[in-house]
Design a protein around this ligand. Sequence first.
Ligand SMILES: [Zn+2]
Ligand SMILES: [Zn+2]
Length: 587
Amino acid sequence: MPKGVEQGKGGEVEFMPHVHWTGNPFVDAGLAALAAAARVSTLEELGAEHIEQAVKELERVLLSDQALGIGVDKAFSGPKKALRQVFPNSELDNPSNWKGRTPKEKEDNARRKFQDALRSELNKAKQCLELEEAGETCFACGERRPKIAMETRRKDKMPLFEGIVNFYPGFSHGVRVCGLCSLAVRFLPLSTMLAGNQNRLWFLHSQHLGLAATVARRYGWEHFDRLITGNKALDFYGSWETAGEAGTVVYLFCELLNSFPDQLRAIYRSGLPSTAYVFSNDNRGGFVQAIHVPNELLAFLAKLQIESKNAFKDFWEGLLKVRGDLREDERKTRAGFVRSISNRMIAGENIVGMCLTSDPPNLQGGWLGHRLYLQEVRGMAPEKLAILERLGISIAASEDAKKLVTELVTAQYHQLYGLLLGYVRKGWLSHQEFYFLLPPNAHKVAGEIRDVLLAVVYEWQHCQQEGKEFPRSTFDKAEASPDETLRRIQEIGRRLTNNLPNLQRWTKELTSARYAERIRGVYLNAVRHGAVGFEDYVFLAPLQDQRAMWLLRDYLLAFLFDVGRVELPEDEYPEFGADEVREIETF
Ligand SMILES: [Zn+2]
Ligand SMILES: [Zn+2]
């Protein structure tokens, strides 16, 4: 049976209005808190009696002594208090509602004003569910609702967000909203939290009720209940050991996954969008900022947590946690780090380079977490990761580790190709792997490859120091079949190895060529010897594309070192000088 259509008493099918997600983040976040209080598992289940019960809960919390500041050190709802950032000039904020001769009379009056308003909205919400009249379209949910169930809403009761263009076009005169939506927004404070820097409000918008209601339950209802029970003044939840807004958002996802792994893992992998809204509805200037949480990031967290609980904790604590016991200067540095890392995570950017510390060697967050992040969020092929992991271990375990690491750390971007060619010469990398790691038309990739290599080296050294085993990936080596370019390089390389009278000397000349002209000269020599054809020359040294020429030379050298078994004396390579010229010539 389609949604909204139910079997009537007489067996006939009749229309049943129902509650559903509206797409408006403020209404939806309120609905999630309402559903959490009503303890339903889908919004469609919500009926009049559920809503009534949720309203009682809302009154209990927002009208508690601890909310109004009675017998506690500060107030939450009440004139000029925290709740005002969500609803400026609400019934509780309006000083004229706090009239009376005694404090008790004042409180009672304010409570009554709020209750009256809430009751009237509750009635209209029930009318939305009970009456069939399709009178007016609600601005927030788009449903046709009975005329008597509509309200005109302005900023004081319906958070307005100037940052979203055309979000509330009719704002100045107010907008027409149905009783259900206006009642739902009353619950928004129960889905609202403080962000890492403690003065901005935010909530999570997800249309996955399992996620949204869990947030409202844990950081709203249960949090406020704890404060009421402990007779402490109410305030929004903000006990995050992290920094920044993006940091708080990712931290929340980690914390929830840690507390409810089975329930949330499926949701994280479901691919439904989650957006965090950082906002203020303050009279002095409201704003809203949307932080879209990439599905890949959530799927990654869920996968990591299955793979290893410890690795998940290492990643979460290593990259997002700002411990409370840090000295002020340490805290500042750490908070800055967490802020940049979490912003990059939200943007799906490279993070591994920022997590390297050399003294003592360490990879913050751990290799298992980073490896999966590279695969899931950065989209790096597992084959590539397996090559880099093996190569990194070769570097770390080598006698020259110290020198090699220094070279890696200090190499200019354009020198990285030379360094990797050096690994081919050492037999640590095949020419196919060299090509796979540094494919044509991927000019920005070398920097991330350096970061990943160093990450493996540091993790390996760290494991050595701690007497732990390095978490090697179990990925089986799969040889990708060569593409057109690599096949051509292999053909030319084979012709050179078979036909050149002095391959060793020729390769040395090619290696040390410092200018494009010289490279062409070396190739022409091979043509003159009849080792390769003129079309090979044209392929290797395209006139219009110097960058391609340098890159093809590196592929060819990789083949000659790997398959051609050309060996050059140690001091003749790497030729960084040539790469500097290459830099000038190609960029
Ligand atoms: Zn509907
Ligand atoms: Zn509505």
